[in-house]
Design a protein around this ligand. Structure first.
Ligand SMILES: NC(=O)c1ccc[n+]([C@@H]2O[C@H](COP(=O)([O-])OP(=O)(O)OC[C@H]3O[C@@H](n4cnc5c(N)ncnc54)[C@H](O)[C@@H]3O)[C@@H](O)[C@H]2O)c1
Ligand SMILES: [Zn+2]
Ligand SMILES: [Zn+2]
Length: 376
């Protein structure tokens, strides 16, 4: 079918809405009519080249929700009419990581950036000129229709608003899981969240729910700091430098048992200062990303060793999509997790560049694209 999507044709150029040809679902694939797509910072890394895909053009978007309108051969867990979240992490349910309860490390993840469908290694999406189109993390939620493998979809209850569900494809589980799973925050611990955008605000809520004593939020944008206080931060700071002395005073020099780093652009040169906020025996969780090709890190190795600190990477916050997405949405329904207030503004697909400018200029916690009759 002919539809449209937000494509990147080369680095450092705006998203362009173009006609695309969406293939039919093959075995173990489903076709989805999209209702909402979240605008995560990681799609901006596609534009800068920080996250390199297998080729161009790229169809962006890795956070979204919609309804199934067609199922391919062999699909037994889903049917037409089901509401689903598109998870940027596929979970096959069969590989060692999936069996070990670490579906965020599913073997299908090896193909996240290659653009081909995991089912048969062919391309499902083509441009009007017939070129292969590379969908972000096997998804491409910046289009009103998608054809994806069943490993990438998670069924949800039908009374959940699509825009709320959309954020559970990446930002919410990644942030919440960074605190509660990868960070394993325990009651009474002091925690710092560095960068309170979409992922960081979910991490902040995770830290509060986990029972942290103090949750220090650090962000250069004043409005973000104000929002962080509403989401439960104990104290807020504009920079790590400003925070360090005050946190040392409050914690009697112990610093933070857990530091969750959710800044938009991670640079190796900043790692040492985040480790400086981290208590002896504590853990610094690196959730934010920078340029994938960067490999230089500033890190005092003696302090890492002698103060027995941990530097922990995380993808998807260590969460299991098919377990944690429904769990997080049930917490939303129970009023325990505030997802609705994290959606600052809604956009049409053709306003996508405006949405990313708002993100970069600090005006959004999360921007969401809403699809309507005009798009379908
Ligand atoms: N590991 C994963 O699985 C995963 C998943 C999703 C997103 N990410 C990454 O997480 C990061 C955050 O994503 P997001 O969508 O929340 O982005 P965002 O742009 O919404 O939020 C980033 C926040 O960091 C703040 N910030 C920028 N520089 C800072 C600094 N030096 N100190 C403190 N705060 C600073 C910004 O003001 C902003 O509020 C991105 O790098 C994204 O690629 C990783
Ligand atoms: Zn994301
Ligand atoms: Zn798997």
């Amino acid at each position: 079918m002919k539809t449209k999507g937000a494509l990147l044709r080369e680095l450092n150029t705006p998203w362009k809405i173009e006609e695309i040809e969406m293939g039919d679902p093959k075995a173990h694939e489903v076709k989805i009519k999209m209702h909402a797509a979240g605008m995560c910072h990681s799609d901006h890394h596609l534009m800068t080249g920080g996250i390199p895909m297998g080729g161009f053009p790229i169809l962006g978007g890795h956070e979204g929700a919609g309804e199934i309108i067609e199922v391919g051969e062999g699909v037994t867990d889903y049917e037409v009419g089901d509401h689903v979240v598109l998870s940027f992490i596929p979970s096959c349910g069969k590989c060692p990581s999936c069996h070990a309860g670490m579906a965020n490390l599913c073997d299908f993840g090896a193909m996240l950036l290659q653009g081909e469908a995991v089912s048969d290694h062919t391309f499902r999406i083509h441009s009007a000129d017939g070129e292969n189109v590379y969908p972000m993390t096997l998804l491409g939620t910046f289009a009103p229709y998608m054809v994806v493998h069943e490993a990438s979809v998670v069924k949800i209850e039908k009374d959940i608003p699509f825009e709320v569900a959309a954020l559970c494809g990446c930002g919410i589980p990644t942030g919440y899981g960074s605190s509660t799973r990868s960070g394993d925050i325990r009651p009474g611990e002091d925690v710092a969240i560095v960068g309170v955008g979409g992922v960081g605000t979910a991490a902040l809520q995770g830290a509060v729910i986990a029972g942290a004593r103090n949750v220090f939020a650090i962000d250069p944008v004043e409005w973000k700091r104000e929002q962080a206080l509403k989401f439960g931060a104990t104290k807020v700071y504009a920079s790590v430098e400003e925070a360090a002395g005050d946190i040392a005073g409050i914690t009697h020099g112990a610093m933070c048992r857990k530091v969750i780093v959710t800044v938009g652009e991670v640079h190796g040169a900043d790692v040492d200062k985040w480790m400086g906020l981290t208590a002896k025996g504590g853990t610094c969780v690196l959730t934010g990303m920078g340029n994938m090709l960067e490999s230089e890190v500033t890190l005092n190795l003696a302090m890492l060793t002698l103060l027995q600190k941990n530097l922990q990477g995380t993808i998807f916050g260590g969460a299991n999509p098919k377990l944690d997405i429904p769990l997080l949405l049930s917490m939303y329904k129970a009023g325990k997790l505030n997802i609705a207030d994290m959606i600052t503004r809604e956009y049409r697909l053709d306003q996508i560049n405006e949405g990313y400018t708002d993100m970069l200029e600090g005006r959004n916690i999360r921007g969401v694209i809403r699809y309507t009759e005009e798009d379908w």
